[in-house]
Design a protein around this ligand. Structure first.
Ligand code: ZN
Length: 233
């Protein structure tokens, strides 16, 4: 599947020069979904330079203890991160996930005092959705991070057990219930290493919290970090 996709993409790029998914200008660089100018001007969080707790740390205060949290970009409606997330999720330019995953890796490599990460766990999507979409977008981000930092991406350690019903028809409490028990950890109960959960965009943190709960129910001593491509402002 992946192979066919890259063959088709290589063919298309021979016929049409690749367009930047942010500004629609020409990309110039092979396998890049974003042109160098846009890449320079993306709304980076620079959380890696923060000496104190940053907004993402504060989001998880009292909810779940983490080793570190990191998001590469700020997300705003109609801002440059929007077409990136869209291309990653619905478009044919899913490689943007890997490209920006590599950027994440270079940033978190500069964080001091973090324990080596043993595994990257992309937030799983339901198999039915993976089948219709063909891929899990968070896995692409994790692959980019893993390629640079030489960390394995584990897609079977946490699975999604049931499809999320339409969230809009439910009230807030039912909605939480709906998210809370949809993940199942299959991590060996004796594992006590350091994992990083990888997601595309962080909004309320409810999904990540549900993933962490499923993991902690089996592995009390596991160390957990959270890495996302974007965080909503
Ligand atoms: Zn551009």
């Amino acid at each position: 599947m992946q192979h066919i996709y890259s063959v088709i993409q290589s063919f298309i790029s021979l016929v049409y020069p690749m367009q930047c998914i942010v500004c629609s200008g020409e990309v110039f660089i092979d396998n890049s979904a974003i042109c160098p100018i846009c890449l320079d001007e993306l709304p980076y969080t620079y959380f890696e330079q923060s000496n104190t707790d940053h907004p993402m740390d504060r989001m998880f205060y009292g909810r779940l203890p983490t080793q570190f949290t990191f998001a590469l970009l700020f997300f705003e409606q109609n801002g440059p991160t929007q077409p990136i997330l869209h291309a990653l999720k619905y478009g044919a330019r899913r490689n943007v996930g890997k490209q920006l995953g590599e950027r994440i890796a270079h940033r978190i490599a500069h964080l001091h005092s973090i324990d080596p990460i043993d595994a990257l766990i992309p937030v799983p999507i339901h198999p039915k959705k993976a089948f219709t979409r063909g891929y899990n977008q968070s896995e692409f981000i994790a692959k980019g991070v893993g390629a640079v930092l030489h960390i394995p991406v584990q897609t079977k350690w946490v699975v999604k057990c049931r499809a999320t019903e339409s969230q809009t028809r439910k009230n807030r409490f039912l909605r939480w219930d709906n998210v809370a028990d949809q993940f199942e950890s299959r991590i060996n109960g004796t594992f006590a290493g350091h994992i990083a959960i990888v997601d595309d965009v962080l909004t309320t943190g409810a999904t990540i919290e549900a993933v962490v709960k499923s993991i902690r129910s089996k592995n009390e001593h596991i160390r957990i970090s959270i890495v996302t491509l974007a965080i909503t402002t």
